[in-house]
Design a protein around this ligand. Structure first.
Ligand code: 3HC
Length: 299
């Protein structure tokens, strides 16, 4: 079947199928940026592995950060089915010509941030990524199935960590509330600009890459999260939050802040890329050894 017939039948487009250049370009952009987000996302929580308050918490956090590296691997592999090379994608990331999620340009200042990232950031990721399991491009959709299962563990462990703090001492409750105050609005920004300012959504939805708009998924996340905050006994930093019988309406998002972070002026942009480049350079010998071994095998 040709591309349009496959789309019309809501069938999967596979690497060997003919596809419009724009479709291929959009997928490479989105999948690469998704992969970059996963590996950059290891930094804020990775800093807390050595400072986890117990062996159990350390083991959970180790597993989560390791999962994120694996998500990056699946996604770079999915991107490579479109004819690009992960080394080139990493060059684009390191040179600032490809993005990663705005959310990872905020600092994880305390242990409660680890729980809040799991609860809010991975919670938002699940809302954004479950529909991608039905994406029209086969390799991306299939990569998402396993990623979403692991994200569910990430969200649950974060919620449970926060529940412990929120029902702990006054100091622990204050730490949890401070982290939620700092991560709530950047988590809403994760879903992208408002629909009317999104240059990509309409075409991505026509191509079955996006199944819902940015605002639809953002609203779904807010509706899911407000009741959870009540269970935690924590307040969300939005005085305009109100239930209209169907949805939790939220206040104005600071889109100037979002645009500043995308421009590179977020709290941690420079640090995240510097550490990413350093890790890439430190790992050069592993890549060279693997290439040499592979070449030996071929000779
Ligand atoms: N951070 C950085 N850039 C963003 C962004 C964000 N939160 N939201 C939008 N943008 C960028 C887009 O990349 C686009 O710029 P570009 O054309 O130069 O690439 C521009 O802003 C306009 O936004 P659009 O909404 O028109 O762009 P998209 O159609 O690509 O939608 C998206 C943005 C909703 C993030 C979409 O790309 C998407 O769903 N991506 C897949 C999921 C993903 O990447 N999630 C990142 C979170 S990381 C994560 O989940 C890890 C987990 O372990 C926590």
């Amino acid at each position: 079947m040709d591309f349009d017939a496959l789309l019309a039948a809501d069938a999967r487009i596979e690497p060997r199928d003919r596809m419009p250049d724009g479709y291929r370009r959009t997928l490479i952009r989105q999948i690469a940026q998704h992969a970059h987000s996963e590996i950059i996302g290891m930094q804020p929580e990775g800093d807390w592995i050595t400072r986890a308050p117990s062996l159990r918490r350390k083991a959970i956090l180790l597993a989560k950060v390791q999962d994120e590296a694996g998500h990056g691997l699946y996604l770079y592999s999915a991107a490579e089915t479109l004819g690009v090379d992960r080394a080139d994608l990493l060059d684009l990331l390191h040179s600032g010509r490809q993005r990663y999620s705005s959310i990872f340009n905020y600092p994880a200042l305390g242990w409660a941030d680890v729980g809040t990232i799991g609860w809010l950031v991975d919670g938002a990721a699940i809302v954004n990524q479950v529909p991608i399991c039905r994406c029209s491009y086969g390799p991306y959709a299939r990569a998402m199935v396993r990623i979403c299962k692991e994200e569910s563990f990430h969200q649950r462990q974060g919620f449970e960590l926060l529940l412990t703090l929120a029902h702990g001492t006054a100091g622990q409750r204050a730490m949890a509330q401070d982290a939620v105050d700092r991560w709530w609005w950047p988590s809403l920004m994760m879903f992208g600009p408002p629909d009317e300012e999104s240059p990509n959504t309409a075409q991505s939805m026509a191509w079955g890459i996006k199944r819902h708009s940015n605002d639809e998924l953002r609203q779904r996340f807010v509706d899911m999260t407000v009741p959870q905050a009540e269970v935690l006994g924590l307040t969300l930093p939005d005085r305009d939050l109100s239930f209209d019988g169907e949805h939790w309406r939220y206040g104005e998002i600071d889109w100037a802040e979002f645009r500043a972070v995308l421009r590179g002026d977020g709290p941690c942009n420079a640090e995240r890329i510097a550490r990413r480049r350093a890790a890439h350079d430190d790992g050069a010998w592993v890549r060279e050894a693997a290439d040499a071994y592979a070449a030996k095998g071929v000779a």
